[in-house]
Design a protein around this ligand. Structure first.
Ligand SMILES: C[S@@+](CC[C@H](N)C(=O)[O-])C[C@H]1O[C@@H](n2cnc3c(N)ncnc32)[C@H](O)[C@@H]1O
Length: 469
């Protein structure tokens, strides 16, 4: 039997909640949960199953019988295919409700945290055009939409856009994206059109061949802009052609750079970056502090909300002029520098060398002298001996990657027993797991979800912990 024949159709499924990475949730006639992307609570839909598991189905809506009152106009012609956004069809205040609810559920279910001390979710000041960084992929075999295929026509398959989620080799061509300020769309489209007009080769993701591989565009709140072109081969003549075109067409770029990536993977951390024009960094201003950002540097992608997030961290840390603070997973040192203004001393710890270099440059640039940065893997360098060198912290602020905090690091925290911990996380499930351990020694005095990524299901969460007496 073909795969397609195994698919079932469930009629008139009512979507009752939202969750599961942004999908609507309903129940199949056999009682199993069914996840349906791009639906909202209150929709009534016919669903075709695409996956069956022991406990649940995944499906797609093929016909709508009723529409939810959570719905709003979508912003973008690619919505539903590109996968960068999951919630454009849902009003922003409802997006916030779902995000706060998901964090609440994770904290309750995994860590037994009651919502009594939960502060209202912090909305983003901008709900569109908030991303300071976009990454696009070139392709010589762009994914065609169902509508395009149904025309029976032949299409130019060269494109520049986003990967369809879960498919490394399927890339859709993007004409418009609502998540970054202009001239983001203008730059992307101009480069693609120039490359087509000049018959330059677009990357083939399967064969791993082609001149034009990827494009990174950064547009900051400060107005500074960086364009980084990733070439798939070392072809001086054509690289010059592209770079000169961009320089002439967009003369106000702060930084225009390129790299040559002939590797199998897209990671750029081990590659040389070549400056074509302007300077090698751009500068973002957050609450009066200036941060240099280089091509390889991590920086929070929503600068508008970063300011609010850091202010909340500072408020909850409540440092005094005698406080010693450790900023674990400090990245380019932004939180450490932000807090240093209120503390005696801040130590940042981070494993990426360039990030630590940036952090030190940023400290100098802002004339902040009461900070230091240590390079290394947290579970190895963050030890009792380190606190002997730099002083034991009264406050720990930590903002780990999605996987959360290593168990050795949690043990070190418990051993050195800071008075307060401000734990910032982009994954409330791993945060809740870590809170299970910390809860034996710390009281969770408040939590607050922060929306850094409107139109998507991602949520940041702050948990503030005080040592038990
Ligand atoms: C979510 S980012 C936070 C960055 C920074 N706090 C900010 O607001 O920009 C997490 C940081 O943890 C760093 N990191 C990941 N694993 C690490 C480890 N094992 N030891 C130290 N740092 C690590 C990453 O390089 C990244 O800079």
């Amino acid at each position: 039997m073909s795969r397609r024949k195994k698919r079932k159709i469930f009629e008139r499924v009512e979507i009752v909640s939202a969750g599961g990475k942004g999908k609507g949730i309903g129940y199949a006639p056999d009682g199993r949960i069914i996840f349906v992307p791009f639906t909202a609570p209150g929709d009534v839909v016919d669903v075709e199953t695409v996956k069956k598991r022991k406990q649940y189905y995944e499906g797609r809506a093929i016909k709508f019988h009723a529409y939810s009152d959570w719905r709003t106009e979508v912003l973008c012609p690619h919505y539903g295919i590109c996968g960068g956004c999951q919630w454009q069809h849902i009003r922003y205040e409802k997006q916030l409700e779902v995000k706060a609810n998901e964090v609440r559920q994770n904290l309750k279910r995994i860590a037994g945290v009651e919502p009594g001390n939960e502060k209202p979710v912090l909305a983003s000041p901008k709900v569109t055009h908030y991303r300071n960084k976009m990454e696009y992929a070139f392709t010589d075999s762009r994914w065609l939409t169902k509508e395009e295929i149904e025309t029976g026509r032949t299409f130019d398959r060269r494109g520049l856009g986003f990967h369809i989620p879960g498919h490394w080799d399927r890339i859709i061509d993007v004409e418009f994206c609502a998540l970054q300020e202009e001239p983001g769309n203008e730059i992307r489209n101009a480069i693609r059109d120039f490359a087509k007009a000049n018959n330059l080769s677009f990357y083939n993701p399967r064969a791993k061949e082609g001149l034009l591989r990827q494009l990174t565009i950064r547009i900051l709140k400060s107005g500074e802009k960086m364009v980084l072109v990733h070439f798939g081969k070392d072809d001086e003549e054509h690289i010059s052609l592209v770079m000169n075109f961009i320089k002439e067409r967009f003369p106000d770029l702060t930084s225009l750079q390129y790299l040559i990536n002939t590797k199998q993977n897209d990671s750029i951390y081990d590659l040389d970056i070549h400056l074509w024009s302007g300077r090698e960094y751009i500068t973002e201003i957050i609450d009066g502090l200036a941060f240099n950002i280089k091509a390889k540097s991590f920086f929070q992608t929503n600068s508008y909300q970063t300011e609010n997030l850091y202010r909340k961290i500072a408020e909850y840390a409540a440092a005094t002029p005698s406080s010693v603070i450790y900023d674990l997973y400090s990245g380019t040192g932004t939180i450490a520098l932000f807090l240093a203004r209120h503390a005696k001393f801040v130590l940042g710890i981070e494993s990426v060398e360039q990030a630590v270099e940036d952090a030190r440059i940023n400290a100098k640039r802002n004339q902040i002298e009461n900070v230091e940065f240590v390079l290394g893997d947290m579970k190895e360098v963050f030890t009792k001996e380190l606190t002997d060198t730099y002083g034991s912290p009264d406050i720990i602020v930590m903002d780990p990657p999605r996987d959360g905090v290593h168990k050795n690091t949690l043990q070190t925290i418990i051993d050195i027993a800071p008075e307060k911990i401000v734990y910032v996380s982009c994954n409330s499930a791993t945060q809740a797991r870590d809170l299970v351990t910390l809860k034996n020694y710390y009281e969770i005095v408040l939590t607050q979800a922060v929306d850094m990524f409107p139109q998507t299901y991602h949520t940041e969460n702050i948990a503030v912990l005080k040592r038990k007496k």
